[in-house]
Design a protein around this ligand. Structure first.
Ligand code: SF4
Ligand code: SF4
Length: 370
């Protein structure tokens, strides 16, 4: 067996607790409770194992990672292990003294999410009154603490028309980068798909906005943007390919090739409580099953793009076809591609109201779109 390249990044999902209730949240439908979370010492060990495996960056995520009181200690352990530390946060629980403690512990970067550029709609989408104003204040505190800032704007039908304002907001807040991230439709987002999928004309306008802004803001703001799967001809290399670039650890310690992988049935994920990250990465079935190209069905198996997109997203393939080993329906060569056109047509007359994310209140499976 040829040597397996080490992962570059670790997504550390420290908790599923979050004061916001975004209807597109990428956390699983069954959310972990606080009592089941890994403790500080276990996370410290995990960061050491990650660094020894070759990981360079840790993304401290959730849920809302700042809901953990031991976050400065966790940052200190991760930085002490030599990892570049990126905090992915909704921001509303932060203040100047907490940010100072995180910076002092060795935090390298903050990625702050915003739900919209318009406060009322942002608070409605996040299900948290006053959240948007709080985020703007926190963004300024991040810059005051001397930390680099990325704005993370998750976009969909109900905020995409304000993309120009979101880009202006990133500039105004002193962010060096904005990630314009289209919703990925599994989990909570799949339950809300009819309320979130943008229309084609809306998407084309957004893509033109990004192209013009990239030209205008060269050297001032980096804009990350990828056309969403439901309108693409070919899928993205989800997570850079299964078990190739990134691994994730859930709040309860499950070691995952992707934060959404728990949605796949019939898979057993090792746990950091009894398996090392190295053993999981190199040998666990959860990592080897869809790594590389040997598992692929046709048309991927004989396709010359198979080592570019690695067959797309397994979670999306399962969510739409019921088969995790199918070609991602986002690919126009997939026999299931028409499912995406149906979803777009359904969303055109779709609902505006959301099923908000809540711990202990997963939407019924029968309520999810087929
Ligand atoms: S997407 Fe929203 S609800 Fe989910 S963790 Fe992030 S801020 Fe919280
Ligand atoms: S057939 Fe498979 S490998 Fe080829 S472009 Fe589509 S998803 Fe990618």
């Amino acid at each position: 067996m040829s040597a397996i390249e080490p992962p570059l990044g670790l997504l550390a999902e420290l908790t599923h607790r979050c004061p916001l209730r975004c209807p597109y949240c990428s956390n699983p439908l069954e959310l972990a409770r606080a009592a089941a979370e890994l403790d500080t010492a276990t996370w410290a060990r995990v960061f050491g194992e990650a660094a020894a495996l070759g990981v360079l960056q840790v993304h401290l995520s959730g849920g809302e990672p700042t809901a953990r009181r031991d976050l400065p200690e966790l940052v200190r352990h991760a930085a002490g292990a030599g990892l570049y530390t990126n905090l992915i946060t909704a921001g509303v629980l932060l203040d100047a003294s907490k940010l100072a403690a995180l910076a002092e512990a060795g935090l390298d970067h903050v990625q702050l999410s915003v739900q919209d550029a318009e406060a009322g709609n942002a608070d409605r989408i996040g299900g948290y009154a006053g959240g948007h104003a709080r985020k703007l204040a926190v963004a300024r505190l991040v810059r005051d603490a001397g930390l680099p800032l990325t704005l993370n704007a998750v976009v969909h039908r109900q905020n995409l028309d304000r993309l120009p304002e979101l880009i202006d907001l990133a500039l105004e807040l002193g962010a060096g980068r904005i990630e314009v991230a289209h919703v990925q439709y599994y989990g909570w987002a799949l339950a809300n798909r009819a309320a979130l999928l943008p229309g084609r004309a809306q998407l084309e306008a957004a893509t033109a906005t990004v192209e013009a802004a990239r030209e205008r803001l060269k050297g001032r703001l980096v804009i990350d943007y990828v056309v969403p799967d439901y309108y693409a001809k070919r899928p993205k290399a989800c997570m850079g390919g299964w078990g190739r670039v990134v691994l994730a650890v859930s709040p309860e310690g499950r070691i995952l090739p992707c934060h959404a992988a728990e949605s796949l049935p019939g898979m057993e994920f090792p746990n950091v409580r009894d398996t090392s990250l190295r053993a999981a990465w190199e040998r666990a079935d959860a990592f080897t099953r869809f790594r590389g190209t040997a598992w692929m069905p046709e048309p991927c198996r004989s396709c010359d793009r198979r080592e570019n997109d690695w067959g797309g997203c397994r979670c999306q393939a399962f969510a739409l076809t019921g088969d995790a080993a199918a070609t991602d329906p986002a690919c126009s060569l997939s026999p299931h591609h028409a499912l995406l056109d149906l979803a777009v047509a359904e969303a055109a007359g779709g609902a505006e109201t959301f099923t908000y994310r809540e711990i202990g209140r997963a939407p019924r499976r029968s309520a999810l779109p087929p």
